[in-house]
Design a binder for this molecule. Structure first.
Ligand code: ARG
Ligand code: ZN
Length: 882
């Protein structure tokens, strides 16, 4: 039975642990339904603790307790108390170390929440972050308790031939009854959230990496037998990540073995357990015919992310879970830079900003807004958010921008040197950056405590007699829950100036003596003026280059000026951004036309701007494709006072169709010029050619003629790589294509044994725009391949429909909302984390018209009445309604 009013945990209440756990010897006797855990803890009083309490409270949930033993004597029931979520030993030694041995059993097969020890396709595996270790055994389950782990796994040789845990394998042997055992020892102190074990029938590919100091590291990737031919890209990615961290941060790997295991049931992307990462199969498995180019890129990014955690997360961890962004923000920043270096910096930056502005900005503007270092939570799993991760990475990026690459590296060197082996805070990170560079970041620290997206408003004034340009920049930040008043932030604003002919105009700030191509303005006040001098003509301003801060920018711009910047800005981000602004202004105008019953017509400026882009030669074809992409419906919705899903869809479709009609021959030529079979080639060139070709196909498909139908069907039939096959199928599904059902069926039959490809098949249909989409989604819920217990399936069908299909999810009759609430209520007991994620699509209810508001709110209220509502769902639903 669940407490209907769960407890809130506050950052301000933090106290150091009362006890320390020096070492733990864990012994697992494995069984799918009844695993015996025997834990031998060596503890002592923490000298730093102020408390005088002589009892010891350990956390534990869903555990069947068998025995408690203190310093070799069994404890009687009077000597301890077992509660719903803890074990309290009434009296423990205060002066010396003591040994507590606890035996308990758990049932992995019944664990559908996928936290703790659970079963995935016959494989036993663990997920302990944030607080899953307490579902395995009683422990001080908090990240500032760091312990040496020794783990022995015992199990049937046929059922569990492979037995893995953290660190190095130090012993193994055979037992009677066809059983065997393995002992693993992790030489590094770690918090229990980094513990992992895996047992099952697994195959492995092995490789080796030699570190910069000449140590040989064994690398192993474990998967189900059927997937052994899809591990090579992940292995290469791991080696790339290892050498990148040596080159860029001088960080070397520290154990002799690095293992990755791919599992089919996983709540998140992956987990950085020390020496034994556990991954969602989605971020490991790839073969050219089963994975798209973007899958390949994400795999390399996530492999990098988890590898980078070894230093930013594991060697140095978080003091408490409020500091989550210490490891996640920094590690996301590191993986973004890694991917940028490996692929295209410009494209990677645009993709990250796109995601930030569509998803994180919405979070920051909604009822669940929180700072990157939250100060209260009910369920910490609800705070693995875009704010903590992506905005957290932007905050680290701003420090990088303010200090420069060299200064940032000095800061990270000091951070690693000062805090290796410790559990620290976000403040410690900023202090290291300050101390290494002799700078003051005290105002900058507000980024850690203040929620909401700041708005910058820019006015410009050119004085022709003084030959100066003055930019007056104001900053403000709307109120967020619990924070009615905001203080000004320290914001780096990168600016460049362009002459009328498109050449670079020199930037010289008044009072300064440097003349540069661009400058970083340091905005610290609520309004500040910056004057540039020596400008004999009025320049065009390119501001917030590279998206130098996670803010919304308002600046008066004509369509002509935007078209000019799209042609000439030397900053790749702002060049793309000018095109987005241009398209955004035009689509916004068309939305108003629709709402007021006027006819729509696309301003020729837009057609000409696109035509110019199409006629230029481009080296980076992925970047070229992005220049040709319109802002998404979700992004457009973000810009509206009251979201009008239908008008947004119709206006955007109208622009797409007009561009396709007006520029048909250019799109066709580009398609033909880049259509060749390069399946299996994963270099930037081939990826770019596929991307531009498929962008053209998508435009051409709007023409809906039989020639285009043939073209897409031909691409679908002959594709030898998943990028091309999927792109063709997407076009077929989102058009009245005569062979639609036939293509969907043949795709299903071709790939029915590849779970990740079937996920794509579900997601594509769930995010479709055709009128029968909702009926299709309902039918897919009954499809034999659908499984509410598999998070990837849930995300592919329910997640894609509710989060990537604004048009149909927000259908005016509310059927989409009712459907989602039904699924959340079903998921609440099966998997609270996934259920709570799905509530996300309802949280922004205040952004819609009154009719939709009432319908969404009614479903949130209905969710609140769920019997035995989980803390996870309760927190998100109740805060949404507050
Ligand atoms: N630390 C992991 C990562 O970002 C995420 C694991 C979070 N899991 C969870 N259930 N909250 O790499
Ligand atoms: Zn992470």
């Amino acid at each position: 039975m669940r407490d209907p009013n769960p407890q809130t945990i506050y950052l301000k209440d933090y106290t150091v642990p009362e006890y320390l756990i020096h070492s733990v010897a864990l012994n697992f006797t494995l069984d799918d339904e009844n695993t015996l855990v025997s834990s031998r803890l060596t503890l002592s009083r923490n000298p730093a603790s102020q408390s005088h309490d002589t009892s010891l409270t350990l956390s534990g949930e869903n555990l069947k307790l068998i025995r408690v033993n203190l310093d070799d004597g069994d404890l009687s029931k009077a000597q301890y108390l077992q509660t719903q979520d803890s074990l309290i030993i009434h009296d423990v030694p205060q002066q010396q170390r003591f040994v507590l041995t606890i035996d308990n059993t758990i049932n992995p097969k019944a664990n559908t929440a996928l936290e703790g020890l659970y079963l995935s396709n016959g494989m036993l595996c663990t997920q302990c972050e944030a607080e899953g270790f307490r579902k395995i055994t009683y422990f001080l389950d908090r990240p500032d308790v760091m312990t040496l782990f020794t783990t022995t796994l015992v199990g049937d040789k046929d059922r569990y031939p492979v037995l893995l845990s953290n660190g190095n394998k130090v012993a193994e042997g055979e037992l009677p009854d066809n059983r065997h055992w393995v002992t693993w020892e992790d030489p590094f102190n770690k918090p229990c959230y980094l513990f992992a074990l895996v047992a099952g029938q697994l195959e492995c590919i092995a490789d080796r990496f030699t570190t910069q100091s000449g140590r040989d590291i064994d690398l192993q990737i474990f998967v189900e037998k059927h997937d052994i031919d899809k591990c090579d890209h992940a292995m290469q990615s791991l080696k790339n990540a290892m050498s990148w961290d040596e080159q860029v941060y001088d960080r070397e790997y520290d154990l002799d073995l690095y293992m990755i295991v791919a599992v089919g049931h996983f709540n998140m992307g992956a987990m950085e357990n020390k020496g034994l990462n556990v991954f969602n199969t989605k971020f490991v498995l790839a073969r050219p015919d089963t994975a798209t180019d973007s899958d390949y890129e994400h795999i390399e990014g996530v492999i990098g992310h988890e590898y980078f955690h070894n230093w930013t997360g594991n060697r140095i961890t978080c003091r408490d879970w409020f500091q989550l962004s210490l490891k996640e923000g920094f590690t996301v920043f590191r993986d973004q830079e890694f991917t940028g270096d490996r692929t295209s910096k410009a494209v990677k930056r645009i993709e990250d900003v796109n995601m930030l502005r569509t998803r994180q900005f919405a979070e920051d503007a909604g009822p669940l807004a929180h700072p990157i270092r939250p100060d209260a939570y009910i369920e910490i799993n609800n705070f693995y958010t875009l704010t903590v991760y992506e905005k957290g990475a932007e905050v680290v990026r701003m420090i990088h921008t303010l200090l420069g690459a060299e200064g940032f590296r000095k800061g990270s060197d000091l951070y690693f040197e000062r805090h290796d082996g410790q559990a620290v805070t976000c403040d410690d990170f900023v202090s290291a950056m300050e101390d290494a560079n002799g700078v003051d970041l005290s105002q900058f620290r507000r980024w850690y405590s203040q929620a909401g997206t700041p708005v910058l408003s820019v006015r410009q004034h050119y004085d022709s007699s003084a030959q100066t340009l003055t930019l007056t920049i104001g900053q403000s930040c709307p109120p967020t829950p619990g924070q009615p008043v905001k203080e000004p932030l320290h914001i780096p604003v990168t600016v460049g100036l362009l002459n009328k002919d498109g050449s670079v105009a020199p930037c010289k700030l008044q009072g300064g003596d440097q003349v540069c191509d661009e400058v970083i303005l340091q905005l610290t006040q609520s309004e500040q003026a910056f004057t540039f001098e020596g400008l004999n003509e009025q320049p065009i301003v390119s501001i917030l280059r590279g998206f130098s801060a996670p803010v919304k920018l308002t600046i008066e711009r004509s369509l002509d000026e935007l078209a000019f910047l799209l042609s000439y800005d030397s900053d790749t981000f702002n060049r793309w951004e000018a095109g987005q602004q241009l398209a955004g202004q035009i689509i916004t105008g068309l939305i108003a036309d629709l709402q007021n019953g006027r006819d729509m017509a696309v301003n020729p400026i837009m057609i000409n701007a696109f035509k110019q882009v199409l006629e230029q030669p481009w080296d980076d074809l992925s970047y070229f494709s992005l220049l040709l992409s319109l802002p998404s419906e979700t992004y457009l919705a973000e810009q509206m006072q009251i979201v009008d899903v239908e008008a947004i869809h119709a206006a955007r479709e109208f622009v797409t169709l007009t561009l396709a009609e007006q520029l048909q021959s250019q799109f066709q030529a580009l398609y033909q010029g880049n259509h060749r079979d390069e399946s299996g080639k994963f270099d930037a060139g081939a990826i770019g050619r596929r991307r531009i070709k498929n962008t053209c196909l998508s435009y051409l498909s709007k023409l809906e003629n039989s020639h285009i139908h043939e073209l897409s069907q031909q691409q679908f039939n002959t594709a030898k790589n998943m990028t091309d096959q999927m792109a063709a199928l997407a076009v077929i599904v989102n058009n009245p294509h005569p062979a639609k059902q036939q293509c969907l069926d043949s795709f299903y039959h071709q790939w029915r044994d590849e779970a990740l490809v079937i996920d794509k098949w579900f997601a594509l249909q769930a995010s479709g725009s055709m009128p029968d989409t909702f009926a299709t989604v309902q039918a897919l819920m009954r499809h034999p391949a659908f499984d509410l217990k598999n998070p990837n399936r849930v995300r592919s069908l329910i997640g894609a429909f509710s989060q990537s299909n604004p048009l149909h999810f927000h259908a005016a009759d509310g059927q989409g909302y009712r459907f989602l609430a039904d699924q959340i209520i079903a998921l609440n007991t099966l998997n609270p984390q996934i259920a709570s994620r799905m509530v996300g699509a309802l949280t922004s209810w205040r952004r819609y018209d009154e009719g939709r508001q009432a319908l969404m709110k009614a479903q949130l209220e209905r969710i609140m009445t769920t019997e035995a509502i989980s803390k996870d769902v309760y927190e998100v639903a109740s805060k949404s309604l507050a």
